[in-house]
Design a protein around this ligand. Sequence first.
Ligand code: ATP
Ligand code: MG
Length: 473
Amino acid sequence: MSKSVEVTTRGTSVVENLVAAPILRTLAAYFTEAGYELYLVGGSVRDALLHRPTHDLDLATDAHPPVIKRLLAQARPDSRYDVGEKFGTIGATFGEWVVEVTTYRSEEYAFASRKPAVTFGTSLEEDLSRRDFTINAIAQEPATGGMLDPFHGLQDLQRGLIRAVGDPAERFREDPLRMLRAVRFAAELGFRIDPTTRAALELQAGALEHVSTERIAAEMTRLLVADQPALGLEALCDTGLAAYVMPELLPLRSTGQDGRHKDVFGHTLKVVENVPATPILRWAALLHDIGKPRTKTIQDGKVHFFRHEMVGARMARKILRRLRFDRDSSERIQRLVAEHLRPNLYTPEWTDGAVRRFLRETEGITDDLFALSRADITSYRRSRVEAGVARVNHLEARCRELQAQEDVAKLQSPLDGNDLMTMFDRGPGPWIKPIKDYLLELVIDGELAQDDRKSAVKLAQNFANQNPEVFGE
Ligand code: ATP
Ligand code: MG
């Protein structure tokens, strides 16, 4: 390749990142020997350049799928899978590395198409010109580390810019999902969207309507679990995409609330960033106050959102159904929305019974609920935040204490009365209790497992031998 030059970004050569994957050199050797090209492309080059940890190796080649399969097999992978042989992608794992090799693509719909076959391209340049953003259209030669960067993606990486390859309007027309990907990459990388690309995106936002719900939902989840979800959510609303992804978000912006944040949206963004980055928690955070715009009332100059959590849970259900969420995730998110106020209502006066009721009613989501409640305290006053977090922590501590007690209460001797009667060939009588108590003590002390009947028989026998008085003899 003529443009092979050694490039450094943010001070470090990419090549050194690749040393971590000797499998890359092995594969490159096999492909070269067989007369084919092999390049590291797309997300893996981008992430290596940004020093983002990755275990994915995206590779592009002029070899067709049957050949890719054969060459991958030669390298003895731990497992092999077809990502979509029809689409020209074959995957394999080598230890910690997930390798996906794709035949060069040529046609513009290759990434979005549901057609049974894509048109294969003949050159790397052609393949790169079909990719969405310049930062995703950089290739690297594994053997030499030489870079191929026809769209100046390296420069955009350095500037922190998301810019479409070629004409953005055309790119978005071909596959409108790319608009949502742009916003998601902004959230993941903390990048800005290039003004020309952004202008096209704002003009064409409505085309998102033609994208399948599943692809939209998957992108949204990735946006939410990104490092800077607020950046992505702001862009989602500012560009007009939100109207097609989740119109329910828009009224959050114009719904003011007392004190802390000027609107519900600002508060929501904070909560999303505060919770740990799991899909369930991030979605629950996004939706936790979704019912506020519909329930807002003002009484005596004070803002109220009566029962917004219940209205919100119902709205969450509708939204998640529309996005075709699986039932289990959807139910967890709805329950989190419905219960999100509860831990913050806790006071030390709660009886053990009240804490137990809380535990029963939040079964399966209790820990997530604590995380959401802690995140939901976004006051600017530090003392308030600390008091709020302490309150949730106290409830959590009491829950753990009760659970531990209950677990202890459930402990049993591995042998019950019937077992002992059979074992000692005796009828019922007061002799049973001391032996059972002895075994239970051992279980409580952790010296005997509850299900270790064999040891229990031996121990019971020894105990009886040493304490014949239990039989009244
Ligand atoms: P990540 O894996 O973090 O999502 P990625 O960039 O690797 O990031 P993938 O969806 O794995 O994203 O796609 C791999 C590469 O394929 C991208 O870097 C990009 O070059 C190209 N690509 C993926 N989807 C599209 C699309 N819809 N339009 C154009 N190119 C795409
Ligand atoms: Mg990828």
